[in-house]
Design a protein around this ligand. Sequence first.
Ligand SMILES: [Zn+2]
Length: 466
Amino acid sequence: MYLYDSVERKKVLFEPIFPKKVSIYVCGATVYDDAHLGHARSALSFDILSRTLKALGYEVTLCKNFTDIDDKIVKKVRETGKSLKEITSYYIDRYLSDMEALGVKRADIEPKATESLDAIESLISKLIEKDIAYITSSGDVYFDTSKDSKYGKISHQVVDDSKNISRIEIDNEKRNIKDFALWKSCSGDEDICFSSKFSRGRPGWHIECSAMIEKHFKGNREYSIDIHGGGADLLFPHHENEASQSRCASGHELAKYWLHNGFVNINGEKMSKSLGNSFFIKDALREYNGEILRNYLISVHYRNDFNFNEEDLLISKKRLDRLYRLKKRVVTTKASQPNSKFKKNLLNSLSDDLNISRALAYIDEMISNSNDRLDINPKDKSLKREIVANIKFISELLGIGREEPFSYFQIGIDRDLKFKIEDLISKRDIAKKSRDYILADSIRKEILSLGVSIMDTHNGTVWEKI
Ligand SMILES: [Zn+2]
């Protein structure tokens, strides 16, 4: 497996710390609002990575956190009058259900900042003991970036101080402008300010990820985890700061490989909440089925920027339709084993830094070949069984093609119309049974006029959207 490492700035051979085991930590959502397409992109990128590593025989442990204490969440608490727990558990549930609709597998570990305060406090204490962090008179704790000679190693970027202070207030007691808050003192209700040996307050954003990694992964003397992932916007300052504080506290590097997914652009502009063009997953799901959306969002290489537009979505849907049309041709057959060459081609493509375009091209080729062979031998059982297995393998690896084909082709038909179609089909069945072929035929025409085609199979009549 080759992966593009953001620190090395090139594709490197992936060699895990422990043979056949992979530890992955991905920075998750700050839960004060609904998840947007940027969250979907990140979740899907690391979902595909994790599925690929599993298919290659690795035992994968994926950890994705929830930042459930943060200035933006506190602002929401104050605006709504709800408790912190009410706000965060509501948005965590929403996040998880959006991701489920997109077919993203749950992480093995999903820690929350408020449930990791012991690990956060002990990591900060360690940094204070080593004189790498310092407490101000108000009880804030800062990380002294000048104490880390390797600061800047992850992002190759240290000079942009303005970004580094974007999430914290300017404090006169800071030793260097680049220093960042590990702990911020605060006064307020019990659920937004927590007691600690430094002051009543709350943790900074960067320290929580380092503490959670320390808490949940053992690592070795050189690295805590194999892969650290997140959106490209997290590289600096978030990942730089995470790496620095972990390096200084433990003496070893936080992650062996750093992976970053690209941005999402909408109408040619970078999607951003501050630009007001953020696109919520829930809105996209109202328009498009989750699997169709997933199929579209994974179709661009994870490191490239993604330009969301409806035209491309419909093109990618046609590709998925072809897969389901093939699935329909083999629907009653049981799976054997996937074609070994096809399986190898797919895995080799994804082993090359998740080369999705090449993988999708192999799927297109498999669909065309299978259709050609089925045209020649429509009753070839072993061919059909292999096709079923190929599709099953695609579903496990990419999370697409997992639905029953007839229901896939019914997507977009509302419940009332569905009820009407099914009612007409049963009336037609009755007409056919009583040999009233004129009535049966007129019902068939009526169904057709609703934009639906029907087919009579061994298992009864099935229908789909034309
Ligand atoms: Zn993080």
